[in-house]
Structures are given as structure tokens and as C-alpha cells.
Ligand binder design. Structure first.
Ligand SMILES: NC(=O)c1ccc[n+]([C@@H]2O[C@H](COP(=O)([O-])OP(=O)(O)OC[C@H]3O[C@@H](n4cnc5c(N)ncnc54)[C@H](OP(=O)(O)O)[C@@H]3O)[C@@H](O)[C@H]2O)c1
Length: 266
């Protein structure tokens, strides 16, 4: 509720995200929803994007009930125009873009031999192209925020995975998309870091979200066996990491963060 957190009260110390604007893709569930909530709790105005508008509306209501500001953008980021509109409408509404959390993703596992190629297309279109479209649209605004905003720094946080570091039999195309996210992020980091746009890569391990539920039942069974008895991370654990990254002082850039559940050995 507004006013229940003493740090929101007038006259208290400014929150680390105060005055900032952020776009979070894939904010209708899991890591994206938790990150939007966490960034809003830090004082950022948050544009929340995904395809399920009812979920986004519920999240916006939750953010506003905690004293934060949210704008809902029903967006399919695999459509370049929709990705560009998301960024432009955010800037039109709030005048600036300081942070992009490029989070929307899908993980469809299974053997390469005999695979359903439409699953590969979904992963490449979302995990790679969707992320690239958002990055492309956001970069001019992030560069401008890094030049002229009060903090003179801006952030792009790209969500990869342990699968972006460690290939596994049965994860080939998901591995390919997330390795791609890692390679792109490092190349872009080198391109823009001296202009004070920080590009960070977050690589979560097993986290309790809806991600696995999009797989075929036989694949879900294999995954359940692999992770049985393991205490998985919560979406909030990854949101904490993202919030930490974007609230560092201007001279500190967290380039990469690999985060596994303590029980996850590979
Ligand atoms: N959970 C894990 O164990 C884990 C581990 C490593 C990495 N990750 C990565 O973390 C990220 C978030 O996943 P999650 O675990 O939070 O899973 P999740 O709960 O399934 O969230 C995925 C989000 O992506 C959105 N999305 C899907 N297609 C979209 C599209 N075309 N346009 C816009 N948004 C779209 C979904 O919303 P709509 O369906 O409403 O569009 C949803 O909000 C992904 O990149 C994933 O690869 C997760």
C-alpha cells in the first residue's frame, strides 16, 4: 500500500532507482514480473511488456498499490514494429529510457534428431531476434540517457542462462540461442561501455517459473527427473541480481552474473 514503506515517504532518502524509467520484457510471469516489481520498489517507473495483457494489468495494479508507477504494453517482441513501439511509447510517456531488461524467452528442449523445427523457430525468433529488436530500438535512448540523465549511466540487462555457458545433450537449440545472447552482449558491451551504457548478462540456473511448462509432456518428465529433490531458485532471487546490477554507481559495471541454485552441480 502507498505509504507503508517508510522509504517512500516524503523527505526520506531517495531510492536508488528514483526518477529512472525501465522497460522489462516478458513481465507477465516469472523473472520478468519479479524484476518489474523489484525495480518499481526501488523507485523506477516500469514499462511492463508481454502478450498476456490480463497478467500485466494485475502486475501494474500490484506495483501501483505499493506506491510505484507502471505502464502496460501488450507486446509481441518477435514483431520488430511492436518491439520498436514498446520503446518509443515508453519514452513518449516518461521522456527517457534508463534501463532495458531484455528478459522474454522460451525454452523448448529435446533431441536435435527428428526435432519439430517450429520449436527452433520459436526460440530463435524470441530469444535472439526479439532481444535484438528491443536492443536496437532502445540503444539510441540508452545512449542519450547516459549522456544527459542525472545519473549519466544507462543499463541493458540481457537474460541468458546457464545454458548460455554449458551445452547439454537435449538442449542444443536453446543452448545456441543463449550462447548467441552471450556473444552479442559482450560485443555490444565493448561497443558502448565507454559511452556509459552498461551491458550486463545474467545467466540463471533452475528457477521456479512457467518456463518448463511450454515443453512437450515427455520432455517435462525428463526435466522433472533431472531436478527432482533440488531446491530451485525463485524468480525473486534473479530479480535481486538484476536490481543489484542496475543500481551500481556509474563507475561500476557488472558484466556477467552466473547464478545457480546451491544444489545444481552442472
Ligand atoms: N526459469 C529458469 O529456470 C530459467 C533459467 C535460465 C534462464 N531463464 C530465462 O529467463 C527468462 C524469463 O523466463 P522465466 O523463467 O521467467 O519464464 P516464464 O515465466 O515462462 O516467462 C517468460 C516470459 O516471456 C514472455 N514472452 C513469451 N513470448 C513472448 C513474446 N513473443 N513477446 C513478448 N513476451 C513474450 C512471457 O509472456 P507472454 O506469454 O504473456 O507473452 C513471459 O512473461 C527467459 O529468457 C529464460 O530463458 C530462465
Amino acid at each position: 500500500m502507498p505509504g507503508t514503506d517508510p522509504s517512500h515517504s516524503p523527505g526520506s532518502r531517495p531510492l536508488p532507482g528514483q526518477g529512472r524509467t525501465a522497460v522489462v520484457t516478458g513481465a507477465s510471469s516469472g523473472i520478468g514480473a519479479a524484476s518489474a516489481l523489484s525495480l518499481a520498489d526501488q523507485g523506477a517507473k516500469v514499462a511492463i511488456a508481454a502478450r498476456r495483457k490480463d497478467r500485466l494489468d494485475a502486475l501494474a495494479a500490484q506495483i501501483e498499490a505499493r506506491g510505484g508507477a507502471a505502464a502496460v504494453f501488450e507486446t509481441d517482441v518477435t514483431d520488430q514494429q511492436q518491439a520498436a513501439d514498446l520503446i518509443e511509447r515508453t519514452v513518449a510517456q516518461w521522456g527517457r529510457l534508463d534501463t532495458l531488461v531484455n528478459n522474454a524467452g522460451v525454452m523448448l528442449l529435446g533431441p536435435v534428431v527428428g526435432a519439430d523445427v517450429t520449436e527452433w523457430q520459436r526460440m530463435v525468433e524470441l530469444n535472439v531476434l526479439g532481444l535484438l529488436y528491443c536492443a536496437h530500438a532502445a540503444l539510441p535512448h540508452l545512449l542519450s540517457a547516459a549522456e544527459s540523465s542525472p545519473r549519466r549511466v544507462a543499463d541493458m540487462v540481457n537474460i541468458s542462462s546457464v545454458a548460455g555457458r554449458v551445452p547439454r545433450n537435449g538442449s542444443g537449440v536453446y543452448n545456441a540461442t543463449k550462447h548467441g545472447v552471450g556473444a552479442f552482449s559482450e560485443a555490444l558491451r565493448q561497443e558502448v561501455t565507454k559511452r556509459h551504457v552498461r551491458v550486463s548478462l545474467v545467466e540463471p540456473g533452475a528457477t521456479d517459473t512457467e518456463l518448463a511448462s511450454h515443453n512437450r509432456p515427455e520432455i517435462q518428465e525428463v526435466m522433472q527427473q533431472r531436478f527432482s529433490g533440488m531446491e530451485r531458485m525463485r524468480a525473486e532471487d534473479i530479480a535481486d541480481a538484476i536490481t543489484y546490477i542496475v543500481t551500481r554507481p556509474r563507475h561500476v559495471a557488472v558484466n556477467e552474473m552466473l547464478i545457480r541454485p546451491t544444489d545444481q552441480d552442472a
